[in-house]
Design a protein around this ligand. Structure first.
Ligand SMILES: O=C(O)CCC(=O)C(=O)O
Ligand SMILES: [Fe+2]
Length: 799
């Protein structure tokens, strides 16, 4: 079975002697180093307090990097820093000592002998009493940076331990008082400096850079032939199903994805700079690939696992009552277990993301997606998107033995819940049989593969290009959306035009989200429409409005802002740009209309208003992108919606009014905007003319019967409707109370609802609040202000 081959591969790569450590330490005589600092002179070792103070006088508060920023925050990092240009390292033996240390580090960390390490001074740090550096990961400042070397100068101090962790293991390094202490660790290790409790701690931090010194020889004596044999077996046997049921898979797996142990950045992902055990394992796999007729690349994977998990605290239900409460017979229990002080259980835990004390049960699901890989010719890498099926995954270290970069707990939700999601970033060696090379890369959405197709087209090999393109059909499914997918889309579009085959062209373009489309694509889009006709264009455009964008989290609002520009560019392109622009504007309108009608139904006013407001700018952009006919249709449809739509129309008009009058006047959109403004004016005029609510009128619109047709809703409505009743006391069991709570919340009524915890069942107390009046007044005030704004900015056109 495939499983056997994969398991054997994982075992073969798990040989003890290959394992390097993530951190290592050496101590050497202080005589080896002579260190000079500008403004201080040569430092006598061990460093004593007067010298440390002189150093501090020359130093600045150290900063740290977060994302792209460099920050200074003494709650995160509190230490003094002197830049390396002011530090001179020397001494008769220093170069030889350092190179010996680097050789030892290379060996201890498990880097191959074909790699040489170099250390580049980064900073001289001085920690006084109470100073520290919280857990962090060093940024890789250079492509070839693999780790950090910390040289602690001898000094009499306590505290200030350097704690380094990786994959759930941690080591604590204490610096020597008499000797030089060298600590090295890989760049993906989190580490911290504990507060110094007495004396001064002085360190020199250095970036560890890896360079290749000589090419790897053919075989380093490892089990390469055996590995090659297993690879052949893996690619020859039917892919294994995760669960035994269903039809057995009859085709072999497409790839093998072997997960490595360390984390890498895109820039740092390189065969010559793999860390620890990864280096040897990857090198062996690569050699085995060569022997087995496979191609191998390095990739970055995003792994998500879902575990059944039990939290170490009691859970509360939505209204802050423990789930067992109503059934609880125990009178002693009165009041104790129910209310979380914040009303939100587990909030602290969610904030810190620390779920390490949760008990893991079964693994419910795992998903692995490759998002980046190196090109087979080793000329850099490219972004891809490739979900990896179970039958292709192989690893020596399981995910759960690594530290997730994020965790999220979902409490019990009815059908699901009590699950802990964990996300990991892992690197992988990805292999496939050489003869499947094109499909293997194309399936991942590799631009490189499309370039290969384009190459055939450019060389006049139309038939070859069509055959290869058609071979993509089974898996060319979700190529992404948004700016990131734009280059791939551009490549697919050019190929689609060149193929002169409507169906294959449609297949190539279908798996993109509409958010991918940008002005730069206009000429090729217009050319495609001219070649394949308007019906083809309309169908193709409609596929782009599918779920791809939603799945990839593409930013629809930002894209709509660019739509007027895109449509204008289409209309002026050679070919038939109109055939694309028209369905684009219509599709954008339909999608926006769907969202709009969704918001119209929301009862809670503040929430609805915010949602409608957010649709204002996008809708204005759709109108600006539309041609005359479509703009009119949209305006007519909008005027036909309930008056609440004004919560969106006013923001539409505000967005439109921000454009200069010259750009507004005379356009198709201008007529539609004016029609909408006139409509708003009519509605608002009528609404402010309505009489004000009488001071003793407490009547509210009914919340409406629920779908289950219960006996509670009519009673609730009678209370709401009444002009005079303000309070209703309602003894109800928990489930029934909950129903009423949710009806009131859903409709966003100005009624408070609390539970009086006395007697059995408890009493639900409903009270109409002053919001009955204040809300209506606020609406009226807003309408008046809107009317003033409208008459000034969109004066009615004389008829
Ligand atoms: O002072 C040390 O031991 C380490 C400092 C550190 O982690 C850093 O500079 O990034
Ligand atoms: Fe650090």
């Amino acid at each position: 079975m495939g499983h056997g081959a994969r398991r054997r591969l994982a075992e073969l790569l798990d040989q003890e002697e290959q394992r390097g450590d993530f951190s290592t330490r050496f101590e050497l005589s202080a005589h080896a180093l002579r260190i000079q600092v500008d403004g201080v002179g040569e430092l006598p070792l061990p460093v004593r307090a007067p010298v440390a103070k002189k150093l501090i006088a020359q130093a600045r508060q150290a900063r740290f990097g977060r994302g792209e920023q460099t920050l200074s925050d003494t709650r995160v990092r509190d230490t003094w820093e002197i830049t390396p240009d002011r530090v001179t390292l020397g001494g008769p033996d220093w170069d030889r000592t350092l190179s010996g240390v680097l050789d030892g580090v290379r060996h201890a960390l498990g880097l191959p002998p074909t790699t040489a390490l170099r250390a580049e001074p980064h900073a001289l740090l001085v920690y006084g009493k109470g100073q520290f550096f919280l857990p962090h990961q060093d940024s890789e400042k250079d492509d070839s940076m693999v780790g950090t070397l910390v040289v602690s100068l001898p000094s009499h101090h306590s505290g200030g331990e350097l704690v380094v962790e990786h994959a759930g293991r941690s080591v604590t390094h204490r610096a020597s008082r008499e000797q030089l202490t060298f600590v090295a660790f890989y760049a993906d290790c989190r580490h911290e400096v504990r507060p110094v409790t007495a004396g001064y701690r002085v360190t020199l931090t250095m970036n560890l850079l890896a360079e290749r010194v000589r090419p790897a020889d053919g075989n380093d004596g490892g089990p390469v032939a055996d590995l090659a044999h297993r690879l052949t077996e893996h690619f020859a046997q039917p892919a294994e199903q995760r669960y035994g049921y269903g039809r057995p898979e009859t085709t072999p797996p497409n790839r093998l994805v072997y997960l490595l142990d360390h984390e890498y950045s895109r820039r740092g992902l390189d065969w010559d700079r793999l860390k620890g055990a990864d280096a040897t394992r990857a090198a062996r796999l690569r050699q085995a690939a060569g022997q087995a007729g496979c191609e191998a690349v390095l990739a970055l994977a995003e792994v998500k696992e879902t575990w059944d998990a039990v939290p170490p605290y009691d859970r509360y239900d939505y209204y802050g009552e423990t789930e067992h409460f109503d059934e609880c017979e125990d009178d002693e229990c009165e009041g104790e277990c129910r209310l979380d002080p914040d009303g939100e259980p587990g909030a602290e835990r969610r904030r810190t993301g620390d779920f390490s004390d949760y008990e893991l049960g079964d693994l419910i699901d795992d998903e692995i997606t490759l998002g980046w890989w190196t090109r087979p010719d080793a000329t850099g890498g490219e972004q891809i998107s490739l979900p990896v099926p179970y039958a292709e995954v192989c690893a020596t270290t399981e995910n759960k033995d690594l530290t997730p970069y994020q965790s999220e707990y979902e409490g019990y939700m009815g059908n699901y819940g009590n699950t802990l999601d964990r996300w990991y970033r892992r690197a992988a060696v990805v292999l496939w049989p050489r003869q499947r090379s094109f499909a293997a890369r194309a399936e991942a959405g590799s631009e490189q593969a499309l370039r290969e197709l384009q190459g055939h087209l450019d060389a006049g090999e139309l038939h070859r290009a069509r055959t290869l393109a058609q071979s993509l059909a089974p898996f060319w499914k979700h190529q992404g959306s948004g700016e990131a997918a734009a280059p791939l889309f551009a490549a697919a579009l050019r190929v689609a035009v060149g193929l002169r085959d409507a169906d294959t062209a449609a297949m190539l373009l279908a798996p993109f989200g509409v958010e991918t489309l940008a002005e730069e694509h206009a000429p090729d889009l217009a050319a495609a429409a001219a070649q394949y006709g308007w019906r083809w264009a309309r169908n193709t455009v409609s596929t782009w409005f599918g779920p791809v964008g939603a799945r990839t989290g593409a930013d629809r609002t930002a894209w709509l802002a660019s739509l007027p520009g895109l449509c204008a560019a289409l209309r002026t392109s050679d070919g038939d740009g109109d055939a694309v622009a028209a369905p684009l504007a219509e599709g954008a309108w339909q999608a926006t209309r769907q969202q709009l009608t969704g918001w119209l139904d929301v009862g809670r006013e503040a929430e609805r208003r915010a949602g409608m407001e957010r649709l204002g700018a996008p809708l204005a952009h759709v109108l600006q992108a539309a041609d005359g006919g479509t703009a009119d249709t949209i305006a007519t449809a909008l005027r036909g919606l309930p008056d609440t739509v004004l919560e969106c129309l006013l923001p539409v008009l505000r967005t439109a009014a921000r454009r200069p009058a010259t750009a507004r006047n005379g356009t198709h959109a201008a007529r539609a905007f004016q029609a909408l403004a006139d409509h708003c004016e009519t509605v608002l005029t009528t609404s402010v003319a309505r009489p004000v609510r009488a001071a003793d009128d407490w009547s509210l619109a009914p919340a409406g019967a629920c779908r289950s047709g219960c006996d509670l809703c009519p009673d609730l409505d009678a209370f709401l409707n009444s002009r005079t009743r303000r309070v209703m006391e309602w003894p109800l069991a928990q489930a029934r109370r909950r129903h009423v709570h949710s009806r009131i919340d859903l409709a966003g009524l100005p009624v408070s609802h609390t539970t009086r915890r006395q007697g059995r069942p408890y009493t639900l107390v409903l009270t109409k609040t002053d919001a009955v009046f204040t809300r209506e007044q606020a609406t009226r005030d807003r309408a008046e202000a809107d009317l003033v704004w409208l008459r000034k900015n969109w004066p009615r056109t004389p008829r």
